[in-house]
Design a protein around this ligand. Structure first.
Ligand SMILES: [Zn+2]
Ligand SMILES: [Zn+2]
Length: 381
């Protein structure tokens, strides 16, 4: 969830009385949930008197309830009958490489009465890591053959598919996020007139819209075999990293601090184009693959030139920031995390949280511990 910024407009913080109600009833807000919102008396968390484990259970359940099965494959008539819990990061080629005893670490939310929400490292089986219900059995196999069966060679269709898979998992997540806020409204109608929730709902709605627009683009270009419609920056680093990431997001600023996207602005006329990023180790090296759709050249053209000009050392320093600031779909080798010192661990977790809670950032800056870790451990550069 995002905090308000300077560009937040008054109208972004409430639902219009004569616009369709966010509950999807088809009625206007004023004549649907508005009265419920005003009358509802919310029990506070302390009144509910949940234990920490009950709280964690309820929060997990709320998220699980938003899960859904779909296939993002392009030719729907070819779809298989079974929707798989598909890997967004290749299991055999990539997760295998960063696992210890078939396990990896992911970033996970922990809820407690004292702290609210905090991030922690969670050990999970590599077979479950990065999975989501986004492809049928047929498409999960067929569509991704060029990256599943062949080593990465920086060719157009591989770049296209890596970008598309990064898009898919985040699209699935964006739809779930919107649904989770809708569920909160159902349970606690008073949140419908709470500026924080209204803003987050509107932002989630626009995220889904933007991701749908991108999906249509992927579909159109794929069906026309027009794989050169995305531009890719590829860099091979001469060492093996201990993590893998696949993600899709709109970047706020370029390397000189100029605004690329007003990511807090939820004006409906504004579309936020994304970049697609995949970073993973292969035998003795690391592949960094970053792409955008060429029709967004006005937004990202110059930014990619800046990235291209960086030497490896500066490049990974920047990625160290970019990855933790913008992504959740990241998995670490357990021994890598366990070998970080306490200060580095703390810095990593809190820097990740600081992309959501601004206060964390100020605290880290005061402690001189903001992004004070190195994912790439690139002493060799
Ligand atoms: Zn309603
Ligand atoms: Zn399918």
């Amino acid at each position: 969830m995002i905090l308000f910024s300077d560009s937040t407009r008054e109208e972004d913080l409430k639902f219009e009385p004569y616009k369709p109600c966010p509950c999807l009833s088809g009625k206007k807000f004023k004549f649907c949930c508005y009265q419920k919102a005003r009358d509802f008396k919310q029990k506070s968390l302390s009144e509910l008197n949940y234990s920490d484990s009950r709280l964690q259970y309820e929060m997990n359940k709320m998220w699980d309830n938003t899960d859904f099965k779909t296939c993002f494959g392009f030719n729907k008539e070819e779809c298989g009958s079974l929707i798989k819990n598909a890997h967004s990061i290749q299991n055999n080629r990539i997760l295998n490489r960063i696992s210890d005893d078939n396990h990896v670490y992911q970033l996970s939310n922990r809820f407690s009465n004292d702290e609210g929400v905090a991030t922690e490292f969670k050990r999970i089986s590599k077979n479950k890591a990065s999975t989501f219900f986004g492809f049928c059995d047929y498409h999960d196999t067929e569509l991704f053959k060029p990256i599943e069966l062949r080593d990465y060679e920086n060719d157009e269709i591989q770049n296209f598919l890596f970008a598309f898979r990064a898009h898919s998992i985040d699209m699935h997540k964006k739809v779930r996020r919107l649904e989770s806020i809708r569920n909160i409204f159902k349970q606690s109608p008073n949140k419908l007139i709470d500026p924080f929730f209204v803003y987050n709902f509107k932002q989630a709605e626009l995220d889904v819209r933007d991701f749908n627009l991108d999906y249509e683009k992927f579909q159109r270009e794929y069906l026309e075999s027009n794989f050169s419609s995305i531009k890719t920056l590829f860099r091979r680093l001469p060492f093996e990293i201990n993590f893998a990431v696949s993600a899709c997001f709109a970047v706020k600023d370029d390397l000189n601090g100029n605004t690329l996207n007003e990511i807090y602005n939820i004006d409906r006329n504004l579309v936020l184009p994304s970049i697609y990023i995949n970073i993973f180790p292969v035998e003795g090296i690391t592949n960094v693959i970053i792409s955008y759709f060429l029709d967004n050249d006005d937004v990202y053209g110059e930014y990619f030139k800046q990235l291209n000009h960086l030497r490896d050392k500066e490049f990974v320093d920047y990625l160290n920031f970019l990855i933790i600031e913008y992504t959740e779909n990241i998995f670490f080798r357990p021994s890598f995390i366990e070998n970080l010192n306490e200060e580095e661990k703390y810095s990593l977790l809190k820097s990740f949280e600081s992309s959501i809670f601004l206060l964390e950032k100020f605290e880290l800056l005061c402690e001189d511990n903001y992004f004070n870790f190195n994912l790439f451990s690139a002493d060799t550069l």
